[in-house]
Design a protein around this ligand. Structure first.
Ligand code: AMP
Ligand code: ZN
Ligand code: FE
Ligand code: FE
Length: 253
């Protein structure tokens, strides 16, 4: 049974609407697809309607922005109760941090003599989308400043880059506990993708706090990393998942 446990719609930084995303999943023969937009459940309802229409099972999910040892870690949350206030409030706080970061990023870019405004960024995103650096990257591509998203991250938006501005993120152990308290299933996303802040010992500690799984098969993991993560998951009794982290046409990969 083909399933995909990690996708993004235009409610965050994907390019397909939730309806289009579910239809694509069905067209590719998937039986199950999880919608895991960054820090929002805004796409769930539309995706659920499309899932019925397309005969696909939808897994309602979120990809939460968290921090561990000062580094960014993404936590997938499956089937949490979205009305559980502590989790809803925490997501709202992260989205607030994203909104207040945007004008600061625009200032930094203008200091680099790049003519860009918040409106340029919003114009390229769906209405009400949770805005992130990928949208800023898209605006830079649109202006011809860079050739593609990755180049924008490499030259300007990545950590240490001239337009990098930090934003609020939940502490990872707390996020794991929040997801569990909301009745959800926490799975750490691509832990060895852009950094390896999560050691085997850190993963063991998170398992004690309620972590259920590790996303092992992910495009950012080389074969050796997958093998080692699969072994760690087995040792700790954690589920090993695999997924596409699909962003529509919004990612060069
Ligand atoms: P944000 O949450 O707004 O800080 O943006 C983080 C998102 O940007 C991640 O979810 C990735 O999809 C994307 N991202 C981070 N680093 C890179 C990179 N080097 N190249 C392309 N996309 C990246
Ligand atoms: Zn994303
Ligand atoms: Fe991620
Ligand atoms: Fe993702």
């Amino acid at each position: 049974m083909p399933i995909d446990l990690h996708t993004h719609s235009s409610r965050s930084d994907g390019t397909a609407t939730p309806t289009e995303l579910v239809a694509e999943a069905a067209a590719h023969g998937l039986d199950v697809v999880a919608l895991t937009d960054h820090d929002t459940v805004d796409g769930w309802q539309e995706a659920a309607t499309a899932a019925v229409a397309n005969g696909v099972t939808l897994v309602r999910g979120i990809e939460l922005s968290t921090r561990y040892d000062g580094r960014s870690v993404h936590l997938l949350a499956y089937l949490p109760d979205p009305s559980y206030q502590p989790l809803a409030a925490e997501m709202a706080r992260v989205r607030g941090g994203r909104d207040s970061r945007l004008p600061l990023m625009m200032e930094r870019l203008r200091e680099l003599d790049i003519d860009i405004t918040e409106d340029d960024v919003r114009d390229g995103a769906a209405e009400g989308a949770v805005l992130g650096r990928p949208h800023v990257a898209d605006a830079l591509v649109g202006k011809g400043v860079v050739g593609h998203r990755n180049e924008a991250f490499e030259k300007m938006l990545g950590p240490g880059g001239p337009a990098f501005v930090p934003r609020y993120a939940t502490s990872l152990p707390h996020a794991v506990e929040l997801v569990r308290a909301a009745g959800g299933v926490p799975v750490v996303a691509h832990p060895w993708g852009r950094n390896r802040v999560l050691t085997a010992a850190a993963l063991a500690d998170l398992q004690q706090r309620g972590l259920v799984g590790i996303e092992v098969d992910h495009q950012d993991h080389a074969p050796a990393a997958r093998e080692e993560l699969r072994r760690i998951a087995g040792d700790l009794g954690l589920v090993a998942t695999g997924s596409s982290d699909w962003h529509g046409t919004g990612k060069v990969d």
